[in-house]
Ligand binder design. Structure first.
Ligand code: AMP
Length: 113
């Protein structure tokens, strides 16, 4: 089970800001921007965004829509969406997730590094 599945199952705590049938979103434990949320599909079937876009593009589109809604709710509606893909690119959790960063972004706010 991934650490994100443990959050979905409420086995470990998280600051959950959104939940639907297929998606959950919560605050990143090590924020790199004033708003740093993770948008995560509940399924563990996809390790990264490349697998997700090939396997379930509608779910990827749903993640983007959730990111927009959360950036509007928690910041000014503008946001950076980051999918680290592969360990050499900074991915540490191999359960696909989007970093949604907003509010006073700097060049160092790329997520995952
Ligand atoms: P990545 O490095 O792109 O795979 O992103 C994984 C992210 O998950 C990192 O930004 C971590 O800070 C974050 N993270 C790891 N464990 C937790 C947790 N228990 N609650 C919230 N965020 C977490």
């Amino acid at each position: 089970m991934s650490i994100f599945s443990a959050i979905i199952a409420r086995e470990i705590p998280a600051d959950i800001v959104f939940e639907s049938e297929r998606i959950i979103a919560f605050r990143d434990i090590a924020p790199r921007a004033p708003m740093h949320l993770l948008v995560v599909p509940k399924t563990e079937d996809y390790a990264n965004v490349v697998e997700l876009s090939a396997g379930d593009p509608e779910l990827l589109a749903e993640m983007v829509a959730v990111a927009q809604d959360l950036a509007s709710e928690h910041a000014d509606g503008e946001f950076r969406l980051v999918f680290n893909t592969g360990a050499n690119a900074g991915q540490s959790v191999f359960h696909v997730h989007a970093h949604v960063l907003a509010g006073g972004l700097t060049e160092g706010s790329l997520g995952g590094e």
